[in-house]
Ligand binder design. Structure first.
Ligand code: ADP
Length: 588
């Protein structure tokens, strides 16, 4: 193959010189013209361009030899000194043309090599990022999972919960950084895809509101959500990307606002037809604002502007990702802002309106699962996971609910356990020794009873193509690590039709019997505890409030019970007013 490649240019050189010779004989020869180089120049040029320096030189030499030794017509080509000069000039020019073409060939080879190297480096970067993300997510799953378990444990003291919250927040920040780096590299590699799904707009906005309102309250800001009345109830969009853009813009609004409010608005710009509409989303804040000269740059990766407080760390990737996502979804994003007067980030998106809604309600309410509803079989669940800490985490989540559990530490053990024990559902890690989760899933699903066992992939693989590959490999569901406990319970509900019992929580607004807080109640309660309760209530942090109240119970059980009732009924406003009032009276 290589030899052919090397010989071919010389064959071409001989062919083009042959052709040129033929042309010299006819029609030039027939016309009685003695201009040998008219045909040889283009021939040498073509040979050199095709094959580079050596082919050009061979072409030049052949042409000279033909002129010197072959004269099929009656007209000799070498007749006078001018012809010798012609040969000399032709030889020099042929050599120069060959050298130039050689240099061009070398430059082209170098450019191809550089391109190949860059492509190899780029794909190595993608593989590295995917691996790094996998390796970071695996321990993060244990860190966040156990932190959340401890936060919810009744034994944890208020002080401990405060510290656990710090660990959880730092873990979440690290996770979002990993996700951002992965997203931006996927965008750069052109691998980002759109995954449209139907969503109820009202649910989505409320989900975002309840997710973000705690953070807004923690910063002492107000949060408003305004939805115009003419909005369609269901739309078809890439929900994941829409949610990410909105939470990112709201998180920025909170980050860059000291006082005032943050608001989220959704409206219809135009209804294009009964099946589609153009929606406008707006996130407004009363924060530091952005100078007009910086407003375009902040949408580029790694761009941050100089006016932000030094405490506001960030990667500068968030808005670049938002822009890419919005544009991928067929929309436009922009900002209107004035330094010191706040910012308005907006984006408009085309959205399809499904003819008939097939959207079901969210599977699980956000309350704490405490057990299984009665009258259900005792389900057998197999945990397949090579990392001890992640096996332990799943066990901690599932064992108290009364499942029968077994563990496998690799794909082969999972297959063996499946054959002996016939679990109802297998939690399947993917990257494992001996045989991996994909291979184990294939073997199980291809077996006679395989279809009866549900397989849920629990994996730190984060890329969309990996998710598709895992689902195509036979897994019934895919959950990305780090996961939330609600995702685990949600998968059980979806795959096995399980019904859960939730912690009794009467969230309906109402009063707490005859209980009302007054200054006498607080007399014997340490000031530190009251301050902690005030801080927790201001953050609407129900769990932290309950922790403090548990300590208050030791001092005054009636007061503790009354306060607990107020928190459980979500009467934070009333509790805050009462505490504030009482502390003022006490301090007088
Ligand atoms: P970062 O991680 O730094 O927040 P982003 O891409 O989300 O990265 O934002 C880029 C820059 O745009 C920020 O560093 C900040 O300077 C500016 N910015 C973004 N949102 C706001 C906002 N709501 N108010 C003021 N400045 C903002």
């Amino acid at each position: 193959m290589k030899i052919e490649h090397k010989v071919l240019p010389y064959i071409v050189a001989i062919a083009v010189i042959g052709l040129a010779t033929g042309m010299r004989i006819w029609p030039l020869g027939a016309l009685g013209l003695r201009i040998p180089w008219v045909t040889f120049y283009p021939a040498v040029m073509a040979a050199a361009l095709y094959g580079g320096f050596s082919t050009g030189i061979v072409g030049t030499a052949l042409a000279v030899l033909v002129v010197l030794f072959w004269s099929p017509t009656d007209l000799p080509f070498i007749d006078d000194p001018g012809d010798w000069l012609g040969i000399a000039v032709f030889s020099v020019n042929g050599t120069l043309i060959s050298m130039m073409s050689g240099a061009m060939h070398r430059a082209r080879t170098q450019a191809t090599k550089a391109k190949e190297l860059a492509e190899a480096a780029n794909s190595a970067k993608s593989v590295f990022l995917a691996n790094m993300s996998h390796e970071l997510r695996t321990p993060l799953n244990a860190i966040l999972g156990f932190t959340n378990l401890l936060r919810k444990s009744p034994e944890a003291s208020f002080e401990q919960v405060k510290k656990l919250n710090i660990i959880a927040n730092s873990g979440e920040n690290l996770l979002s950084l990993i996700n951002n780096v992965l997203d931006i590299s996927k965008i750069e590699a052109g691998h980002m895809m759109i995954e449209d799904a139907e969503v109820n707009l009202d649910h989505l906005m409320h989900e975002i509101e309840s997710f973000m309102s705690i953070r807004v309250a923690e910063e002492g800001l107000c949060f408003r959500v305004a939805m115009s009345p003419d909005l369609p109830s269901d739309i078809t969009v890439d929900v994941g990307k829409l949610r990410q853009v909105l939470t990112n813009l709201i998180a920025n609004a909170i980050k860059y606002t000291e006082t005032g409010e943050v608001s989220l608005g959704v409206s219809v710009v135009e209804t294009e037809s009964s099946g589609s509409a153009r929606l406008r989303f707006e996130v407004k804040d009363s924060g530091i604002g952005i100078p007009s000269g910086d407003q375009a740059a902040i949408f580029s990766p790694f761009e941050q502007i100089g006016n932000q407080p030094a405490t506001e760390a960030g990667s500068g990737l968030g808005l670049a990702i938002c822009k890419e996502f919005v544009e991928l979804m067929g929309g436009v994003i922009g900002v209107e802002s004035e330094p010191g007067r706040g910012s308005l980030f907006y984006f408009e998106l085309p959205a399809n309106i499904p003819a008939r809604s097939i959207i079901t309600q969210p599977e699980l309410p956000g309350e704490r699962v405490i057990g299984l509803a009665e009258g259900q079989p005792r389900y057998r669940l197999l945990i397949t996971e090579d990392k001890l800490e992640n096996r332990l985490l799943l066990r901690e989540l599932l064992e108290p609910l009364g499942f029968e559990l077994r563990e496998a530490v690799n794909g082969q053990e999972a297959v063996d356990q499946f054959k002996q024990w016939h679990p109802h559902l297998i939690w399947m890690d993917i990257r494992m020794p001996i045989i991996d989760g994909l291979e184990a899933t294939r073997i199980i699903k291809e077996s006679e009873t395989g279809a009866e066992t549900k397989i849920v992939a629990l994996t730190a693989h984060a890329l969309e193509e990996e998710r598709l590959e895992i689902l195509a490999g036979g897994c019934d569901e895919f959950i990305r690590k780090p996961y939330r406990d609600t995702e685990i319970y949600g998968a059980l509900t979806k795959q096995l039709g399980l019904r859960f019992l939730f912690e009794e929580k009467n969230k309906s607004r109402g009063n707490c019997g005859k209980f009302s807080l007054d200054e006498n109640h607080l007399k014997n309660i340490p000031h530190g505890l009251i301050d902690d309760l005030l801080a927790a209530a201001e953050r609407l942090d129900e769990e932290s409030c309950l922790k403090v109240i548990r300590v208050i119970c030791d001092h005054n059980p009636d007061l503790g019970a009354g306060m607990r009732c107020m928190v459980e009924k979500m009467q934070f406003k009333e509790l805050l007013a009462a505490l504030d009032n009482s502390t003022h009276k006490v301090s007088k």
